[in-house]
Design a protein around this ligand. Structure first.
Ligand code: SF4
Length: 347
């Protein structure tokens, strides 16, 4: 490992000014509501996808008070399709806390921002740096990649102590002059470098402002960084979905429990087996069941093997307390898991 050059921050800032992303709708603002919303949406989601959702969210909930007043179902409905729904539930909980505990103003330091639901250390630092010019380091996936490569930091990030060490380096490298002015552009610069130049596969080292000091590039093996030994184990799960339709085309949907898969979203009844699905219906309804083509829905850590089973049922056949019939005109506003929305649209 090597130490970074003294002008590390200045290089990143200079590069960001001319080559970074400067026209995204959540940039050029110091409004913590807008910055926070974009940061949460950008976790695990590409910029291109976030653009639409961000605009729709702001149109519906223009400030933190409007979001706090909303019903969580409306927030989940608007989030539908972005995935990782715990983000939407936390978003709503966070808005409520900002209003109830902080009088409608986001706290102005990373340390306090971290106490809010759904805001981790790096997100808190991004908000504090962008909005309040605080000298505090971010360390999301993109930034970890850039820093480990430039520094040749080859300690295993699966170990908490290595990660802590990297936080230390990230803090060391922060700008020291004109901090309030420099921090937003520096933070954005690191994010942009990781997203557009220092990509996981085939980074564009020739376009990088850090190439002459980058250890990984000198070694000719940037993709060896960051080092992380613990791989996520993938698992698989099979689920049977009862797509019960009334004569008028309404579908029976139930609200999922808050924890677990598709927590808080609306979904057809879900079963672990075909037998359990049949057992939930009166026996004279069994003849109406029709198997649809099964398909796989891929989540980050899990493959879901989904088996839809359709049935045209009289409304009385489903007496489960937890759900209701929803007509096609109501589906767009409901929080539905992406594969369920697709199923409803094609069925
Ligand atoms: Fe990444 Fe290459 Fe730049 Fe090093 S020189 S930081 S590996 S893009």
């Amino acid at each position: 490992m090597t130490s970074a050059p003294a002008d590390f921050a200045a290089r990143v800032i200079r590069w960001q000014r001319t080559h970074g992303r400067n026209e995204l709708p959540w940039q050029n603002t110091r409004d913590p509501y807008r910055v926070w919303l974009s940061e949460i949406m950008l976790q695990q989601t590409q910029v291109a996808t976030v653009l639409d959702y961000y605009a729709r969210f702001l149109a519906r909930f223009p400030d933190v008070r409007a979001l706090a007043r909303a019903h969580v179902d409306d927030v989940l409905g608007l989030w539908s399709g972005l995935g990782y729904y715990s983000r939407a539930r936390n978003l709503h909980a966070c808005a409520r806390e900002v209003v109830d505990v902080h009088g409608g103003e986001f706290p102005r330091s990373a340390q306090l921002l971290q106490t809010l639901p759904g805001i981790g250390r790096s997100t808190a630092a991004a908000i504090a740096s962008f909005c309040f010019g605080e000298r505090v380091a971010i360390l999301d996936g993109n930034v970890k990649r850039v820093l480990t490569r430039v520094l040749g930091f080859d300690a295993d990030l699966a170990n908490g102590s290595s990660e802590k060490q990297l936080w230390g380096h990230a803090t060391e490298l922060l700008p020291r002059r004109d901090v309030a002015q420099a921090m937003p552009r520096y933070t954005q610069g690191l994010m942009d470098l990781g997203a557009t130049v220092c990509t996981s596969r085939s980074p564009s080292c020739l376009l990088c402002p850090l190439q002459d000091v980058c250890v990984a590039s000198r070694e000719g093996a940037p993709e060896d960084y960051p080092v992380k030994s613990r791989k996520l184990k993938r698992s698989a799960q099979s689920l049977w979905l009862l797509l019960a339709r009334s004569r008028t085309g309404a579908v029976w949907l139930e609200k999922r429990p808050p924890a677990g898969i598709w927590g808080g979203l609306y979904c057809p009844p879900v079963f672990d087996s075909r037998e359990a699905l049949a057992a939930a219906l009166p026996s004279d309804a069994h003849g109406a069941l029709r198997e649809e083509t099964p398909f796989v829905h891929v989540l980050t850590h899990k493959d879901l093997h989904l088996h839809p089973v359709s049935a045209a049922l009289p409304k009385a056949a489903l007496s489960r307390a937890a759900g209701s019939w929803f007509g096609p005109s109501e589906w767009p506003a409901l929080g539905l898991p992406a594969p369920v929305r697709k199923l409803l649209e094609i069925a």
